[in-house]
Design a binder for this molecule. Structure first.
Ligand code: DO4
Ligand code: MG
Length: 283
């Protein structure tokens, strides 16, 4: 069961993908008028299960153009949750004596969480992500992304791309917000896989294509994450209230080699088992 967000002449709406067929979820109940209303329900997953038969009265016959599956939520991100990410960041900041920070946060009880994007800055599937003009080393970061209800429950999962400047991040850890937060640096989608309560390891795969050929391909599994998804979500909700829910990227376990940097015209394709494929060209 996947929730998607699309736009028709009446404005943005939610849809439900059931057994390969698309339905208009918003037409089925005002509980699904938007993502914020859905995430504010006492039990968003139960509400979707309950709507399963009703929604079949509202099939979508035409192909729909997906928007990012977010409306009024803040997007947050986790860092250094995979060994690969820790090692890469220690290397990039070695000459600036910053490496030790990453080792310490990887092993610490408190995770690294940082603010990533306002919803209006999130890039939809198929739309261009960006690299900073003042950055010489840029990478996509393919990340399992938690969709959190207003009470902090994991009610779904989607795909996030935490596009980052490694040259700015490596220069000084205090530059992290500039390395991470800028126009076109966060893509989400294509859909939200509604949580079925299980949390089997999911494969994450990323391919970067340039002029028709793959210039990088990598794979990991969420089983390689050092922290649990619940742990990350509960730290985020410790001292913050999210009245419309929240999105939380869970960190990258795939880092291209140090001589790789994104270029304008590249195509980044991220696939997560059970969710789908998020594809964005680089502007
Ligand atoms: O500490 C810097 C950011 C780490 C990050 O974004 C990641 O591990 O995915
Ligand atoms: Mg990241």
């Amino acid at each position: 069961m996947h929730i998607f967000r699309f736009r028709n002449s009446a404005g943005p709406r939610l849809g439900l993908l059931l057994e390969g067929e698309h339905f208009d979820l918003t037409a089925a109940s005002p509980e699904f008028s938007d993502v914020a209303t859905w995430l504010s329900l006492t039990d968003p997953v139960a509400a979707i299960l309950d709507a399963n038969s009703r929604v079949r009265n509202f099939p979508l016959s035409h192909p729909v153009t997906l928007t990012a599956p977010i409306d009024r939520q803040e997007v947050w991100a986790s860092g250094v949750t995979y060994l690969r990410s820790k090692v890469a960041r220690m290397e990039e900041s070695e000459s600036q004596a910053g490496g030790d920070f990453y080792d310490r946060v990887y092993n610490a009880e408190r995770p690294e969480l940082f603010f990533k994007a306002m919803p209006e800055r999130v890039v939809a599937p198929g739309n261009p992500i960006r690299i900073r003009q003042d950055s010489s080393w840029n990478v996509p970061e393919p990340e399992l992304t938690l969709v959190l209800s207003t009470s902090g429950a994991i009610v779904g999962r989607t795909i996030g791309n935490d596009v980052s400047s490694r040259s700015i991040e490596g220069e000084n850890p205090l530059y992290l917000p500039q390395a991470k937060v800028y126009e076109g640096s966060c893509a989400l989608g294509p859909m939200i896989a509604v949580s079925d309560g299980t949390q089997d390891g999911q494969t994450i795969q990323m391919t970067i294509t340039r002029d028709g050929s793959a210039v990088f391909s990598g794979q990991t599994s969420t089983t390689q994450m050092r922290r649990t998804q619940e742990e990350l979500a509960s730290y985020l909700f410790r001292e913050l209230t999210f009245r419309t829910g929240a999105f939380l990227l869970t960190g990258t376990g795939i880092v291209p080699p140090d001589d790789f940097t994104l270029r304008s015209g590249d195509l980044v394709s991220i696939t997560i088992e059970g969710i789908g494929t998020l594809e964005n060209p680089v502007a």
